[in-house]
Design a protein around this ligand. Structure first.
Ligand code: PLP
Length: 463
């Protein structure tokens, strides 16, 4: 399997190279050259298998010769061993035809663990084989950073630097990033918002001298291996609900378009997905883009679902590449308009193709709170604010025979203040992390300035 850039000007890479590289050298994102197909019989045969076995079958065709079957099985087993639920991604019923897919049983209580735990094990296996050392740099609106730090803490061939927007992540998220004591972990509080953090990470990747000097590697949701890991739970949940004999729809609380893009890949592989519904908070650029075709940035307004406070949705580029018939030059020109003019217009043909697959909706802050309250009253389930955005948008979708699955992207205890204010319930942390508030914190504040951040990384990384 070979990987090509969405902007068409970067070297074609293997799975392992694309994983270690992250962002392509032309500024684009790596995608597989072709999408492996899974037949209805193969989907039917997934019923009753463990999460790990499904993960192996679904991801195997994408990794090419990077690892032997036994190596890859061992990597998957280690990745999910630390989860607090035997099913890894259990389904819970919310209404007559509406289900929650609980993706928050990993070590940092958000769905990011599914990809990050796997990528940690993949990096470890690959780097220890080659003797290479890398510097991982990532931007986070809260959950990616904690998941990355948890996955890479203490690994011998990796330094990990996480940029998060100072004062704009929840206390639990911050503490998950600042309390690990391993010397290879560095939490950087940037004076800016998430889009600033993400932009500085992209700048570092485009600074080739710096990039090559420190052996930069990226684990943001632009990393293909992360998308791939997330494809798996679309299969496990759809099969539990009757696929391939019955189609299933998904509503996905969306920020960077990574999680829902994984659903799109599952659909392209042959999983019968009826609708993929993008759910945004008040930072609704994706909802506006999918409704009108105008992808126009407006600045970020902080919300109670901070992991979705995003205006530049990196992975959207991957789906654009497809609906522009894999024309890298067309994608590059739209991305140039985004950078220079703050937006672009999706062509009519491409928009039509997007609308055949994706629906969308948004939830205001009040609607998010009332959904937490009403869902608790109706079902006893306590939702995190991100999940509540999804549930609200799912409930607005036209009735259909296909079951609706809303992705529950984080545990409510990651956002206790917003949850308690909405439904009166204080969500407790699982007992395995109950001492989080007592551990000492370690964090460095830094200006939203490329040179300052690069200097800090040069100074702190192991040499
Ligand atoms: C990251 C995150 C999202 C958004 O996921 P994307 O892949 O960026 O679209 C939603 N909810 C939570 C809790 C998250 O951590």
């Amino acid at each position: 399997m070979r990987y090509v850039s969405t902007r068409g000007e970067a070297p074609v890479l293997s799975f392992e190279e694309a994983m270690l590289t992250g962002l392509a050298r032309d500024g684009g994102l790596y995608v597989p050259e072709t999408i492996p197909q899974v037949s209805a019989d193969e989907i039917a045969a997934l019923a009753g298998l463990t999460y790990e076995e499904v993960a192996f079958r679904i991801m195997r065709p994408y990794i090419g010769g990077a690892f032997s079957d036994d190596e890859f099985k061992a990597i998957i087993a280690r990745a999910y061993a630390g989860f607090g639920h035997a099913a890894r991604a259990p389904l819970v019923q919310l209404g007559p035809n509406h289900f929650l897919l609980e993706l928050f049983h990993g070590p940092t209580l958000a769905f990011k663990d599914f990809a990050m735990q796997l990528i940690g094990q993949l990096f470890q296996a690959s780097l220890s084989r080659s003797g290479r050392r890398v510097t991982i740099v990532g931007a986070t609106s809260g959950d990616t950073g904690s998941a990355a730090i948890e996955a890479f803490r203490g690994l011998s061939n990796v330094d990990v630097f996480i940029l998060f927007p100072h004062g704009r992540v929840s206390e639990v998220q911050r503490r998950q990033m600042t309390t690990p004591s391993e010397g290879n972990v560095h939490a950087l509080a940037v004076h800016g918002d998430f889009d600033d953090c993400q932009a500085r990470v992209k700048d570092m990747f485009n600074d080739f001298a710096f990039r090559d000097g420190v052996g930069l590697a990226g684990v943001n949701s632009i990393n293909w291996a992360r998308v791939l890991a997330q494809v798996v739970y679309y299969f496990t949940s759809a099969v539990s609900l009757g696929a391939p004999h019955r189609a299933v729809s998904f509503t996905v609380p969306t920020g960077n378009f990574g999680d829902i893009f994984a659903g799109y890949i599952a659909r392209r592989m042959g999983l019968p997905i009826d609708r993929l519904v993008v759910a945004t908070n008040q930072n609704d650029i994706l909802h506006r883009a999918l409704s009108s075709g105008g992808y126009i940035t407006q600045g970020v307004t902080p919300s109670i679902s901070p992991s979705m406070d995003i205006q530049v949705s990196s992975n959207f580029e991957r789906v654009l590449f497809d609906v522009y018939d894999r024309d890298g030059a067309a994608v590059a020109s739209q991305m140039a308009d985004l950078k220079d003019k703050g937006g672009f217009q999706i062509s009519q043909g491409a928009l039509q193709r997007l609308q055949e697959i994706f629906a969308s909706g948004r939830a205001s802050e009040d609607e998010t709170r009332s959904t937490i309250r009403d869902t608790f009253a109706a079902t006893g389930e306590v939702l995190c604010p991100h999940t509540a955005v999804g549930v609200k948008v799912a409930q607005e979708q036209p009735a259909s025979a296909a079951p609706m699955v809303t992705l529950a992207t984080a545990h409510p205890a990651k956002f206790p203040a917003a949850v308690e204010a909405s439904c009166g319930q204080h969500p407790d942390l699982p007992s395995r992390m109950a001492d989080l508030y007592d551990r000492p914190e370690r964090v460095t504040e830094v200006a939203n300035d490329l040179a300052a951040i690069e200097a800090l990384i040069h100074e702190r990384r192991a040499h």
